[in-house]
Design a protein around this ligand. Sequence first.
Ligand SMILES: Cc1cc2nc3c(=O)[nH]c(=O)nc-3n(C[C@H](O)[C@H](O)[C@H](O)COP(=O)(O)OP(=O)(O)OC[C@H]3O[C@@H](n4cnc5c(N)ncnc54)[C@H](O)[C@@H]3O)c2cc1C
Length: 499
Amino acid sequence: MTEGEAGMAQAVEPRRAASVERWQGESDVLVVGFGSAGVCAASQAARDGAEVLAFERAWQGGGTSAESTGQIYMGGGTPLQRACGFEDDPDEMAKYLEASCGPGADVAKIRLFSERSVEHFHWITDQGIRFDEDVVDYQVSTMPAPGKALSWTGSERAYPFCEIARPAPRGHNVNVDGTPSGELLMRTLIAGAQRAGVRVQPQSDVRRLIVENDGHVVGVEARIDGDLCCFRAHSAVVLATGGFVSNEEMLQRHAPELLRCGRPIAAETSDDGLGIQMGMAAGGETIRMGSACIVLGFAYGNRKNIRGILVNGRGQRYVNEDVYQSLHGEIALLRQDGDVYLIVDDTIYEPNPEDPELGGTTYPLLAVAETVEELEQELGMPDRSLTHTVNVYNENARRGEDPFFHKESCWLQALDTPPFAAIDLRVGKGPYSVFTLGGLRTDSSQQVQTSSGAPVPGLFAAGRTASGIPAQGYNSGLSLADCTFSGRVAGAAAAALRP
Ligand SMILES: Cc1cc2nc3c(=O)[nH]c(=O)nc-3n(C[C@H](O)[C@H](O)[C@H](O)COP(=O)(O)OP(=O)(O)OC[C@H]3O[C@@H](n4cnc5c(N)ncnc54)[C@H](O)[C@@H]3O)c2cc1C
């Protein structure tokens, strides 16, 4: 732990069990946070026979999960995939996730999730979630499609991933009358948890863990109605309080680049990093704290934008435009210093995209010109840089080829119809939104680990509080998939510790 981290951790230094005069309540398993990870942890633990008490800071559960679009990444041959005519198997799914969630992807977690994905689909639907089996978006390769039950929500069809694993759509979308709904997802999961017998303590803000002298986590201290109350866990505590994108100090320390994006994706009561800090103070290690989902949704509302080209400030293409939007965000921010532009011609540009607000997206128009040369000058790019890029791109596109970046042929078209335009995707101008992926290090049962790899006794973490399946790269739906699945794994392991 660095000096700074030690300082932060001290703020949430665990309380010694011996100092507790009165336990306000007790349960086998205590779950902190009632978003998708917490509710699934609680539900699974209760289904496995444990008595469960969940704490939620807000007046009701839901967290960021309830504000989400409700896409869950599942595959390996789910009934919905099969009903829609797609072949998939756990091995292909795992190969894709290993390639797209690296470098440093947690292979054991990916394998476990891929192997159990069909079973997870049934668990989710058993809670009451329905996916319409007759609707699928066959056409669109990269964007989530509102109203569709199954869609492509990653880079599966894009190079190089399409050569690594057989592509299949894996975004399972929870919809209400065709509108994506994380709210319905959470309402249904919460009702399932209540049916399983989970007790929820709303408006209770857990401030620190309670430990025995040997470091064993045995409870939590929560602020309820202004009072600090202690609760005892007979088996274990599960931390599921979200990530840390709303904690500026932690971002400054671990992921300063994200502060340039200025558009955190988080509910008001979530993602302040406190859960991660509590876990650290109890001896847990944090990993991949610099990694994040960085969405650069330049084609929401106008999918034709994928037919344009993305260039950096030197007028050079740097990526195939049909990879998924979070890979775009990562590459643009971290490898191109956030200095990127979308170049389109008149056949592509739409002044008022159909749905510019989806994902909070807008497309700032930076320059318009009758020729590419003039556009290049207006953008202040080096002489003949953009012109050369467009000429070469057009020549290849007319042959249906993209030998540099291998964009799928359905997105290839020459940019030759004036006027030409540059859409401003520089960080600070374009639509970048972020949430953190780093968090507590856990083993495959979601038990928190120390820096030496030893388990922290009695402590589990799930969802964005832990580093999970989306270790580095991200595909849409993977956070809710990881949260719901890691929550279940943590809940089962915590319940299994019952005396
Ligand atoms: C607009 C939007 C769209 C998105 N769409 C998708 C999508 O379609 N698919 C996808 O996979 N991901 C999506 N995401 C991201 C995803 O929603 C989150 O990463 C995920 O929901 C995090 O879940 P969680 O359980 O870890 O945290 P949360 O859902 O935020 O739950 C944490 C809970 O803990 C509570 N809490 C926090 N601290 C404490 C404390 N100290 N004591 C007690 N309670 C506490 C919070 O109030 C909250 O209820 C989207 C996010 C947004 C905002």
